[in-house]
Design a protein around this ligand. Structure first.
Ligand code: AR6
Length: 174
């Protein structure tokens, strides 16, 4: 399948996505929070927090896998994005590492579909377009060498996010 057909942009709520795995933009404790993290924990139910308690947290840029419990998605990949501190503190590389770590888990577990929120662009204040370009670039690089993942979805919370992602995809992939 050609690259462009394996990437979709959706406007909506990531907790409603029927995919093998949704990605959570968590914090290093993995014990829940606000934003997309809070929404995922609410939708998955308390069993998710129970499993997370056993994981011992997660460093920034890395990722850990849990079950999805009451979510339509079978799995949740929890990753920890960088907090934006102006862009000269390794934020770009750390964000790229998040996507790479998520894809490494997807590949190791033979997942076929994965949905991402825009990691770090809420409470962690990473500029949206800059983050989107990193997300799309890492996805492109991964899909070029992987053949098990059939679908990568970017789930945009709101129309402005959706329009921005469409433009980035057009610009980087065509
Ligand atoms: N579906 C899809 N995207 C969403 C949803 C949703 N249901 N809800 C929010 N977003 P954020 P971060 C978008 O703040 O910046 C948490 O407290 C949102 O519009 O959720 O990585 C964690 O525990 C934004 O574009 O994550 C951490 O402490 C994007 O998701 C901290 O926030 C990410 O916003 C992580 O901050």
């Amino acid at each position: 399948m050609v690259m462009r057909d394996r990437i979709t942009i959706i406007e909506g709520d990531i907790t409603r996505q029927t995919v093998d795995a949704i990605v959570n933009a968590a914090n290093t404790t993995l014990l829940g929070g606000g934003g997309v993290d809070g929404a995922i924990h609410r939708a998955a139910g308390p069993e998710l927090l129970e499993e997370c308690r056993g994981l011992g947290g997660c460093p920034t840029g890395q990722a850990k896998l849990t079950r999805g419990y009451r979510l339509p998605a079978k799995w949740v990949i929890h990753t920890v994005g960088p907090v934006w501190h102006g862009g000269r503190h390794g934020e770009d590389d750390l964000l790229a590492n998040c996507y790479r770590s998520c894809f490494a888990l997807a590949s190791a577990h033979d997942l076929r579909s994965i949905a991402f929120p825009s990691i770090s662009t809420g409470a962690y204040r990473f500029p949206f377009e800059r983050a989107g370009r990193i997300a799309v670039r890492e996805t492109q690089q991964f899909l070029a060498v992987n053949s098990t993942v059939e679908k990568v979805a970017f789930v945009c919370f709101g129309q402005a996010a959706y329009v921005s992602y469409r433009q980035i995809l057009e610009e980087l992939i065509g």
